[in-house]
Design a protein around this ligand. Structure first.
Ligand SMILES: *Cc1c(COP(=O)(O)O)cnc(C)c1O
Length: 395
């Protein structure tokens, strides 16, 4: 007996649109034609899959940005050429790699924030290229005050060190439409830049400050290079940033979401009025209905806080999540959607292709929709999707 082809198809499918990635890069090339473009691919490319994203963007971006050494090594295997900035690398990681006789892959630039790191580099890896990070008001990484003065003095006295850049990071561009704090940070950075140029002597520094939001709405922050993460994946850093862009730019740039998360119904059955659905018996069906079970839960990155709140798209229509999200399963109501069967596709995140000849407008579950339901941000929604689920490149 042969099995239906429906059953052999994988139950999870996370599509990564290459054309959307490329189109989002183009948006930034148009907005900031004089700046280099760094694709920030830390955290498994914001959950989109480092391999798929690097394969799609190799040769099309000027830099890649990652957080740590493991990602940098993987990236180097996928792309031997494009410069890589390791933004979260610290002196302990460097020393550990050194102690383990693990070479730092070629073409890697690390970020240093302290005299301790500079001392280590001067003593152990004097040819290692690095960017000096300045804390201008985020208080996370970066040198400031007397520490910064000491770094600049040391760098001036060590012209043989491969100091190649100067950077900072904004604290508060996404969360507000009033950019006065960011402008203060930028003013501090500009002042340091002058001192850094003087200390650098013959060395030419790449100077950069802007992540997605400042690249979109703070023209003076674009400088030599923009470090674009969230919006590379077609997502707005926040609604405030979208509103600011709307008021500043002639037309709103079209960012195209890159990721679609689909699964398949594994079970369909009819339940009577008053049936309890899910753990904790938190939901009772108000009437006889039909429910479908989907093989996804909080382990896969479909947050438990979405219980009885989110909906998925089946046959292009909204199917509400009933009751609790379990570890590996959810139950959705399909009583109002005709002809639903096991094996049918459900969209958890992204647009539903219209399968309706009348051309009814496409429904969408956006990362922002899910973020709003669980009190978080789109960044967290996409980075939480279990890395083990296969991502497949499309278009
Ligand atoms: C993550 C990160 C970025 C990218 O930020 P987005 O808001 O996602 O564009 C840029 N710079 C640094 C230092 C980062 O850590």
């Amino acid at each position: 007996m042969s099995h239906s082809p429906q059953i052999r198809r994988p139950v999870h499918r996370i599509e990564i649109s290459r054309s959307a990635l490329e189109s989002n890069v183009r948006v930034f090339r148009e907005i900031a034609p004089d700046s280099l473009f760094m694709a920030v691919v830390k955290s498994n490319a914001y959950g989109h899959d480092l391999d798929r994203v690097v394969e799609a963007l190799s040769g099309k971006v000027d830099w890649f940005g990652v957080n740590g050494l493991p990602e940098a090594r993987r990236l180097r295997q996928l792309d031997a050429q494009t410069p890589v900035l390791v933004m979260g690398l610290n002196v302990h990681d460097l020393a550990q790699a050194h102690a383990d006789s693990l070479a730092i892959p070629a073409g890697l630039t690390v970020v240093v924030s302290s005299m301790e790191a500079l001392d280590w580099i001067a003593a152990n890896a004097p040819e290692q290229s690095f960017h000096l990070k300045v804390d201008t008001g985020l208080s996370r990484l970066g040198a400031n005050g007397a520490g910064l003065d000491a770094c600049l003095e040391f760098l001036k006295a060590h012209p043989q060190l491969a100091w190649t850049g100067l950077m900072t990071h904004f604290a508060n561009v996404e969360d507000v439409t009033d950019q006065s704090y960011a402008l203060e940070q930028l003013a501090r950075f500009t002042a340091v830049r002058e001192r850094a140029r003087e200390a650098a002597g013959e060395r030419r520094l790449i100077v950069h400050a802007a992540a997605s939001a400042p690249a979109l709405i703070l023209p003076d922050a674009r400088l030599d290079l923009i470090r674009v993460g969230i919006s590379l994946y077609g997502l707005w850093p926040s609604n405030e940033t979208r509103l600011s862009a709307l008021s500043q730019l002639e037309r709103l740039p079209e960012l195209r979401p890159v990721l679609r998360w689909l699964t398949r119904i594994v079970h369909v059955h009819d339940v009577p009025a008053g049936a309890n659905v899910g753990y904790g018996c938190t939901y009772q069906t108000p009437a006889d209905t039909r429910v479908a079970t989907l093989p996804v839960g909080y382990y896969e990155g479909y947050e438990r806080a979405l219980s009885s709140r989110a909906h998925v798209l089946i046959h292009g229509r909204r199917a509400p999540v009933l009751g609790r999200v379990s570890m590996n399963m959810i139950v959705v109501d399909v009583g109002h959607i005709p002809g639903v069967a096991a094996g049918d596709e459900a969209v958890l995140l992204g647009r539903a292709e219209v399968d309706d000849a009348s051309g009814a407008s496409a429904e969408e579950v956006s990362a922002e929709d899910l973020a709003e339901l669980t009190g978080t941000i789109n960044y967290e929604v996409v980075t939480r999707i279990l890395a083990d689920l296969p991502r497949v490149p499309v278009d």
